[in-house]
Design a protein around this ligand. Structure first.
Ligand code: PA5
Length: 448
């Protein structure tokens, strides 16, 4: 009851602050939110607002992405942490798992997408630099170029800045005499209102520079141009993504405590960590497409609430794969975990049956009619029952399917939950002062 009261108060505060910000104009009208209002007009009004739509940030994102679909075969997204995890999560959740291996026609002319600038791994960078050069793919359209989407809010992150320098040089040499015409189109920066990357993009003469709104930290930026630019390049439905997030906001604001998925998620997890010593929070995803969403959440939770000696340790597991690696410890090791299952109700493709075989040495004919989703459902129930028998708590988050609308809801649910939990812990979920020390040391070691 006391937690319920605290959360109700926090909710009221958040809703009021939000409202005040809009009303006071702290968020300028043209940034509310990304001018999506021009896209949500009733059909008959769309034409009247065509100019505003085109000029809005969202309109510019669509224009750049759609304008390049026919021109490029690949896009390299450079970014790290919050400037990387969301885009990768969306690609892995919503695109065909073999998107990058598909022919151009099968991809519907959407570019292959690769991620770099999230490390300083020599061999990985070298391999991608070779690969994105024309002819670097087995079935590439040699006529097609590649684009660089470089994302860094501060503009000064070492990993991303170094990669950008290298990939820019690679692209420039690849373009040769065409560089003058093409470089400004093929380099798509997403950064703060000012800073090193902003200056560099201005020097290159980039046609568009997309901005990360002030006050939106990296790990909370997936629904800003940080996530939307790569999503638009992949042809994902950005409006549905935003609509999903808006729907979750509305749900959080209006649903009763007992039915409020954000508050219920926080309540269960927070109480278990505070009063039952569950210091490890496992996000147990039951779909390969969601592993990167789990990793996105790992970063969100770890970097937001791992402060002042507080906060739980997040961990993503992908099942049933990890039932054969981590599960033994989770079932019988230290009882310090809560398992939040993320379960997908329906698949994108037809269910595959096990099938009958003349060679029944594998003894599977008795379940020949069962499908992979049947086996998955049996595994989920079997795992939950087994964990409960050993006193290990679980929750189920049920997604009706995986698409951008559902993903928008999930992202928003977990972002709000993280902020509420940070507040309950008495810490500031924004900022990441603990990450600065390694950067200082690294620079010192580089003689800077
Ligand atoms: O969530 C965060 O704020 C961080 O993980 C940042 O996104 C990350 O450090 C990258 O920062 P930047 O976008 O400034 O390059």
């Amino acid at each position: 009851d006391s937690l319920k009261g605290q959360m109700e108060t926090l909710r009221t505060e958040m809703v009021e602050t939000d409202q005040k910000q809009y009303e006071s104009g702290d968020i300028p009208a043209d940034k509310q939110p990304l001018d999506a209002r021009f896209f949500w007009l009733p059909e008959e009004m769309l034409e009247a607002y065509a100019k505003e739509r085109e000029a809005s940030e969202l309109g510019r994102i669509f224009k750049v992405a759609n304008g390049l679909h026919d021109q490029i075969d690949a896009a390299v997204v450079l970014g790290i942490g919050g400037s990387y995890m969301g885009a990768r999560a969306m690609m892995e959740a919503c695109c065909d798992p073999y998107h990058n291996e598909m022919s151009r026609a099968a991809r519907g002319s959407k570019p292959r997408m690769y991620f770099e600038g999230n490390n300083v791994d020599n061999d990985a960078s070298d391999s991608l630099l070779q690969r994105v050069r024309a002819g670097g793919y087995a079935d590439s359209d040699a006529e097609k170029r590649h684009a660089i989407i470089v994302i860094s809010k501060s503009g000064g992150t070492m990993e991303t800045a170094v990669a950008f320098r290298q990939f820019l040089a690679n692209l420039e040499s690849e373009l040769g005499s065409e560089a003058e015409d093409w470089l400004s189109r093929l380099v798509v920066p997403v950064t703060g209102e000012s800073g090193k990357l902003h200056d560099l993009a201005t020097e290159i003469g980039c046609d568009e520079i997309f901005t990360v709104p002030d006050g939106v930290g990296g790990r909370f930026s997936v629904l800003s141009p940080v996530g939307l630019v790569p999503a638009a390049f992949l042809g994902l439905d950005c409006m549905k993504l935003l609509e999903g997030a808006v729907a979750m906001n509305e749900h959080f604001k209006t649903a009763d405590y007992a039915d409020n998925v954000v508050m219920q998620y926080v309540a269960v997890n927070h109480l278990l960590s505070q009063h039952r010593d569950k210091s490890i929070r496992v996000m147990s995803v039951w779909s390969k497409a969601l592993e990167s969403v789990g990793l996105w959440y790992d970063q969100l939770l770890a970097e937001s609430n791992g402060k002042d000696g507080k906060g739980v340790t997040p961990l993503t597991t992908l099942n049933t794969r990890d039932l054969h690696s981590r599960h033994q410890q989770h079932q019988q090791g230290r009882n310090d975990k809560v398992f939040n299952n993320v379960i997908v109700e329906s698949q994108r493709t037809d269910s595959l049956a096990v099938g009958h075989s003349q060679r029944n040495q594998d003894t599977l004919n008795d379940i020949a009619e069962k499908t992979l989703p049947d086996i998955m459902a049996a595994a989920i129930k079997g795992t939950n029952d087994a964990l409960h028998a050993d006193g290990r708590p679980t929750t189920d988050i049920i997604l009706p399917q995986i698409d951008t609308h559902v993903l928008g809801q999930l992202f928003q649910m977990l972002m709000i939950a993280t902020v509420i939990e940070g507040r309950l812990l008495g810490i500031n979920p924004y900022g990441q002062p603990g990450v600065e020390q390694y950067k200082t040391n690294m620079n010192k070691n580089l003689g800077r």
